[in-house]
Design a protein around this ligand. Structure first.
Ligand SMILES: NC(=O)c1ccc[n+]([C@@H]2O[C@H](COP(=O)([O-])OP(=O)(O)OC[C@H]3O[C@@H](n4cnc5c(N)ncnc54)[C@H](O)[C@@H]3O)[C@@H](O)[C@H]2O)c1
Length: 293
């Protein structure tokens, strides 16, 4: 199958890699012309690591990478595609703009997925006019190559056929699926992780513990695979702030972002991608300072 991945950031590059590893031909597009090459670099290094652990099913990294190309327009990316996965910034107006271009360019049978973490699928689908039934939430987790779940989210107009096709597609990528039947902001997963991380940030602000100790407490005491604060840095604090703002609108005050989070984002401390968020990171992405916030 041919898959168009719109957005080549943290998630786009991982999703493109997962699709290529499953044998699909993948075309990646981003509005920032530098992002395509960065995504290819990131895929190259990830594929090399997987190959060294014998996890590429006998293929060489270059064979997988050979199925991925980058283009500069959404129209070119969508030409003749079977599946479109939108994974641009978490802003409704940007996703609307993207889907208006997608619907004009993609074949009428193409399955349309959005990787939004918590926006309403129904509202995103409003950009598709009478084609809204073709859109489904296809929520991958970071890093897409390692995380096992794709959370499918059903909008008000999403057809059963679209859900069935999305399930088959995601399972064909080697992922497990769950179906969130109600288009409720935050779905099943983002809603819970947002509130847990918020509680951790509040504890940092209250001086209950250092970020490192709070993360350690949740890892070792509650069996979280990764501390919520370090995961926030990993996913991007700007993405997290946008998510909380939308969740606050949907579910009320309990999701209100903290002052510290707003300040970190305003200062450009967005997490691992900028080398500094709650923690500090070296050029290799490893944590260099335990008590950054
Ligand atoms: N980061 C995570 O952990 C995570 C996890 C699950 C889902 N998501 C969701 O995935 C989506 C992308 O998140 P991300 O972390 O990869 O963000 P990111 O900021 O790393 O990447 C977003 C990319 O979209 C591009 N973009 C913006 N406008 C565009 C346009 N009009 N056309 C094409 N490209 C455009 C940007 O240049 C950027 O490269 C968001 O909806 C986010 O909520 C993120």
């Amino acid at each position: 199958m041919k898959v168009a991945v719109i957005g080549a950031g943290t998630m786009g590059s991982g999703i493109a890699q997962v699709c290529a590893m499953a044998g699909h031909v993948v075309v990646v597009v981003d509005s920032d012309p530098t992002k395509g090459d960065l995504a290819l670099e990131s895929m190259k290094s990830s594929l090399a690591k997987l190959a060294s652990k014998d996890r590429l099913g006998g293929e060489l990294p270059d064979q997988v990478l050979g199925r991925v190309s980058t283009v500069t327009s959404i129209t070119a990316a969508c030409e003749g595609t079977d599946v479109v996965i939108e994974t641009v910034v978490e802003r409704l107006e940007v996703k609307h703009e993207v889907f208006r271009e997608v619907i004009a360019a993609a074949p009428s049978g193409a399955l349309l997925g959005t990787n939004t973490s918590q926006l309403s699928i129904t509202r995103i689908a409003s950009a598709l006019g009478d084609q809204g039934g073709r859109l489904v939430g296809m929520h991958f987790f970071n890093p897409p190559v390692l995380m096992r779940l794709v959370e499918l989210v059903v909008g008000l107009q999403t057809t059963e056929e679209t859900v069935t096709r999305a399930e088959a597609f995601a399972q064909g990528l080697g992922k497990e699926t769950v179906v969130c039947r109600k288009d409720s902001p935050g779905f099943m997963t983002s809603r819970v992780s947002a509130i847990v991380r918020l509680e951790c940030l509040k504890m940092v602000e209250e001086g209950v513990g250092t970020p490192a100790d709070i993360d350690k407490a949740l890892r070792l005491g509650l069996n979280f695979p990764m501390g919520p604060l370090e995961l926030g840095d990993f996913n991007g604090l700007d993405t997290y702030l946008h998510a909380l703002e939308a969740l606050e609108v949907a579910h009320g005050e309990r999701f209100r972002p903290t002052v510290t989070l707003r300040n970190l984002v305003a200062a450009g401390r967005l997490g691992r991608k900028t080398g500094w968020g709650i923690y500090r990171y070296g050029a290799d992405g490893a944590k260099v300072e335990e008590h950054g916030a």
